[in-house]
Design a protein around this ligand. Sequence first.
Ligand code: NI
Length: 175
Amino acid sequence: MAVLEIIKIGHPTLSLKAKPIENINQEIVELARNMVETMHQAPGIGLAAPQVNVSLRLITIDLSVGENKDELIVMVNPEIVEEEGEQVSEEGCLSVPGIYEKVLRPARITVRGYNLDGQELLVEAEDLLARVFCHEIDHLEGKLFIDRLSPLKRRLLKSRLKKEMEKEMEKGSVG
Ligand code: NI
């Protein structure tokens, strides 16, 4: 297993619509394992393949951040098939360092996708889990959580973001 580099806002891959996975081969299984490792090490509760510069529809989620194996979700080609209600809560993203903002999301969703064995998964999620699914599936559409904020709010964030990115550069985590 390997910890992969997480790309940051401004990288073109984060704006692409990711491609569906047609064949769950060894390469995909390995990518998923490395994404889990990367997510746990970050640490984060969710990661989408575009964040490690792979434009494919694969996400990993673990609200326990490695504490409980049963909470790990690896999903291929996830899609939201039902959504209900609303929730507003603060969100951040490993690709958008230092920024946390309130984002409107559905309160409950049903997500359909596949596990690494190619079996169909149907997950009903609410609260934080619903939020993380929505956030990661947005990544597959080339969308970041700040794209869901008002244009004014986004403009105000720009200078903060610039400072955060400079800090990241000093740390040497952005090439
Ligand atoms: Ni994110």
